[in-house]
Design a protein around this ligand. Structure first.
Ligand code: HEM
Length: 142
């Protein structure tokens, strides 16, 4: 699976809006994840999961900034995400099924925060981008 030139442009089109609001967007995505898919909370037992908490802002920001960085390296995604791939596979051992759940809520957040920008083409490109990121982050499981 790879992104076409137009899909890459559609992914990049949102990055400039995502980066400045990384903490808020990521916090909202995590809040939606824990509400809609409560089993995902098991990985974050050490966090304060109250909506808007410092833990959710900080961690949400890390996720969205990692995605913004990846979106700026679309020609070398595996290299850009290599250390995160090690972390999720060897240390965290997050069940791979959870990545699609996070990808889904991230798209809901982008749609609700940037409704004019989140056109069908942008949605399709982000869906594919997040699926590629998930495939890389789960590629070292065995
Ligand atoms: C840690 C990104 C998916 C659970 C992290 C970190 C980043 C990140 C940037 C911090 C790494 C560091 O501090 O060096 C991502 C991205 C994902 C993703 C881009 C997919 C789009 C998931 C999923 C889960 C998960 C689906 C589980 C439901 C965790 C946990 C930590 C972590 C438990 C450690 C948190 C801590 O104790 O600070 N992730 N992640 N991640 N991730 Fe992910």
């Amino acid at each position: 699976m790879s992104l076409s030139a137009s899909e890459k442009a559609a992914v990049v089109s949102l990055v400039g809006k995502v980066a400045p609001k990384a903490n808020a967007l990521g916090s909202e995505a995590l809040t939606r994840l824990f509400l809609a898919f409560p089993q995902t909370k098991t990985y974050f037992a050490h966090f304060d999961l109250t909506p808007g908490s410092a833990d959710l802002n900080t961690h949400g920001g890390k996720i969205m900034n990692a995605l913004a960085s990846a979106a700026k390296n679309l020609d070398n995604l595996a290299g850009n995400l290599s250390s995160l791939s090690d972390l999720h596979a060897y240390n965290l051992r997050v069940d791979p099924g959870n990545f699609a759940l996070l990808a889904h809520v991230i798209q809901v957040v982008l749609a609700s925060q940037f409704p004019k920008d989140f056109t069908p083409d942008v949605q399709a490109a982000w869906d594919k981008f997040l699926a590629i990121v998930a495939a890389i982050l789960t590629s070292k499981y065995r």
